[in-house]
Every structure is written in structure tokens, then in C-alpha cells.
Ligand binder design. Sequence first.
Ligand code: HH2
Length: 281
Amino acid sequence: MFASISELLPRPSVMGVLNVTPDSFSDGGRHLEPAAAFARAEELVRQGAAIVDVGGESTRPGSEGVSVDEELRRVVPVLERLGELRAPYSIDTSKASVARRALELGASLVNDVTALRADPDLVDVVAERGVALCLMHMQGEPRTMQDDPRYDDVVSEVASFLEDRLAFAVARGIREEQVCLDPGIGFGKTLEHNLLLVSRLDEIAALGRPVLVGHSRKRFLGRLLGDVASTSGPLAPALAITALAFERGAAIFRVHDVPEHVEALAAVRAVVDAQALVPGR
Ligand code: HH2
């Protein structure tokens, strides 16, 4: 029996992204063939990913979504190969039928960017199988979410949304220990909203569940540099955010550039752990 998500993914853990889509904003089209997808999954694990997150539907701003049949057609051949992977994998889906098939094939976690709001059957699938679950905050839907996102206080609204969705999941038979929470960086959020969520991430961590963050390669990162010319694309700002998010309590980092994040987290941990070496603290 699956005990807790912290056992599956101790803090900090890196989740490597594997998009099996033609149109994802950073790796779309590269892993449509099962052999290419499997090779990439193996590479992510070799680089230090604790889990590989497989998605068959892009949720980038403006995207329309795909049918159940199309999503199954994309992910099933890849998932059939992932049984050979020497690490757990998750399924990034909002659809109960896709999650059910992925769990039959061996997935360990359901990553739902709609926090169980899109498909009323998904909650029962997760409860019956007792697997790990990620509940993410999103304002609106991918097609229109970046049109004009508004909040009075983004951090407290996201925290109270996640608290409500956790309570809903638990009321429907999911154990709290199965669940991690995600503020949904870039999902119906302006640059300022994303930055406030990172800087006050401790308020999300205070909900008592592991926090997952997914800022990797998102558009807002390029806007953080001001007048500074970019040489690493969005990687350097992403690593800086990873460090700050870890310090504020984040546990799981959903990223595309796995080795760089593994190394950055090792360095951040060394600094944070040094505090424990001081006598009397
Ligand atoms: N972001 C994306 C997809 N799934 N899941 C969680 N829990 N948190 C996230 O921040 C998150 C997510 C979007 O990134 P990506 O998979 O690279 O792109 P696309 O949606 O275009 O496939």
C-alpha cells in the first residue's frame, strides 16, 4: 500500500517533464515516438529525476485541449514502455479515463492541473487506487487564462483554493498523505502574481502538505532580467527561483532541465543544512 507522497518524493525531489505532445511550449513534438520518449525518460532519471511526469495534452496559454481518445493515443504507447524505467512516473492529466489507464500500466501519481474540477470521475479513480495526487491552482482555463487574471490577494486566494480542494479530495476518500499542492505558476497569473506566490510560498507550505512548483521554462522568467542580457535563456532565473522556493518550503520541482536543478538544489541544501551544524540552534 502506498504510504505517503513524502516517501515517494522526499524533499527536495526533482520531477522531470516528458511531454508527449506536438505543441507543448518547450519540448513539443520531440518525444512522440515511444522509443524517443523512453530514451528521454531514462535520461531524465540518469540526470537525477526522482519521477518522470508524462503529459499528452498541452496546457500552455491559448491551448484548446484534446479529446480522451487523442490523449490516450499519445500517451499509452509511451506508458507501455515506461514499465522498464527504474523510477516512478506520473501522469499529467485531468481525465479519469487517461488516469485509469496510466495507473493500470504502473503510474504512481496523478498530476491534475484542474485540481479534480474538470472530470467528476477522477477523484474516485485516485481514491480507489490510493496513489499520489497533485492538486494545482489555475484561474480560468488554458485557452483564456492569461487574458486578464485578477486577484485581491493572490497568495491567500490560492492557499484557500488549495485548502478547499484538499478538503474535497479527503471527503471523497483520498488520504491527505497522498496529496501534494501546487500554486500553479503561470496558470491565470500575471508576472506580479507569480512573483508574489514564490516570495510567499511559505504560506502555501503552511497548509501542511508537500508543495510542488512548476516554474521551469515559463514565459515570465525572461521578464525577470530587466536590462540584463540573457545568455542562458530562462534557465538562470529558473534556478534562482528554485533556490528561493526551496528555502520557503517547496518540496518537489517540476522541471525540464534536470541536471542543473539537481545541482542547484544540492548547493542550496548545503547552505540550509549548515544551520543545523551550529550548536544551540
Ligand atoms: N505546468 C505545466 C504542465 N503541468 N503540472 C503541475 N503540477 N504544475 C505546473 O506548473 C505544470 C504542470 C506546463 O508546462 P509544460 O508541461 O512544459 O508545457 P505544456 O503544458 O505546454 O505541455
